[in-house]
Design a protein around this ligand. Sequence first.
Ligand SMILES: Cc1cc2nc3c(=O)[nH]c(=O)nc-3n(C[C@H](O)[C@H](O)[C@H](O)COP(=O)(O)OP(=O)(O)OC[C@H]3O[C@@H](n4cnc5c(N)ncnc54)[C@H](O)[C@@H]3O)c2cc1C
Length: 256
Amino acid sequence: MPIAPLPDEDVEFVLSARHWCTPVVARLTLVPLGERIDFVPGQYVLLQDEERQIPVRSYSVANAPREDGTLDVLVTAVPDGPTSTWLARGAAVGDRLLVSGPYGSFVADPAHKGPTLYLAGGSGLAPALSLIEAAVARGGTGDPSPARRHTLVFSGRTAADTIDHERLTRLAAEQPGLDYVRTLTRVAAGGAEAPLGRVPAILPSLVDDLTAHAVYVSGAPGFVDASTRAAQDLGAAPGRLHTEEFYAEPIPWHGD
Ligand SMILES: Cc1cc2nc3c(=O)[nH]c(=O)nc-3n(C[C@H](O)[C@H](O)[C@H](O)COP(=O)(O)OP(=O)(O)OC[C@H]3O[C@@H](n4cnc5c(N)ncnc54)[C@H](O)[C@@H]3O)c2cc1C
């Protein structure tokens, strides 16, 4: 496991772009004003407004490290959630915000030589995208052998809730060692392409044995719990099973 860089103090970034990937998930691009955040793929940062009026919350970086130091995050706009609403709808392009980090151990193990499975629900796709982009960049998705494959299973409610579907479909077509599977939970059979259903129900039809896999599960706590149990039932080894739960942090915040 790589040693993550030590978290930085708050660093100033500018919101340079916002793109709605789905009706409730926005991709924000953040540009460093000076200092950068030096992160390992899969890690998250803390975001806050410059005036420190909005509660600090965690957001996974949705890209592999870039030369220009820009960060993408995928923010699910939670109704009445102060920070997600501010990021998704309140902050204007050009606004400054405070970023600190990186944090977290949802990162690739360089010693792992077997296949890798990513199970991502909703904006839980963010850290999986970071890990997959990094795997593509180091040539890790060029080997078509089942012993080295990377498989991404994305779970959304309907086709409209799918993030980056065209991009991921294209990437999987280009990379012989990358599979991309989208599954939808709220579409009746016949209403969309299979597989349909929740990840725990469809996982055994996609893979029969996870004993050799590194498994990365990310998203809302219910999704992570159920998908983790399903992966364990298929033999995922505890030391190779990584989870990132997007729980709501109980951080009391009173402003300055
Ligand atoms: C390690 C880590 C990484 C995270 N990465 C991301 C990320 O990449 N993208 C992202 O969007 N969020 C991510 N989160 C969640 C994020 O930190 C916030 O918790 C979330 O944006 C809600 O914050 P809020 O201030 O808007 O609402 P809060 O005041 O925290 O919550 C308002 C209400 O909404 C509920 N709630 C919180 N989150 C959700 C949800 N997703 N769906 C439905 N109800 C919810 C809460 O239980 C509460 O009742 C991550 C959390 C952790 C711990």
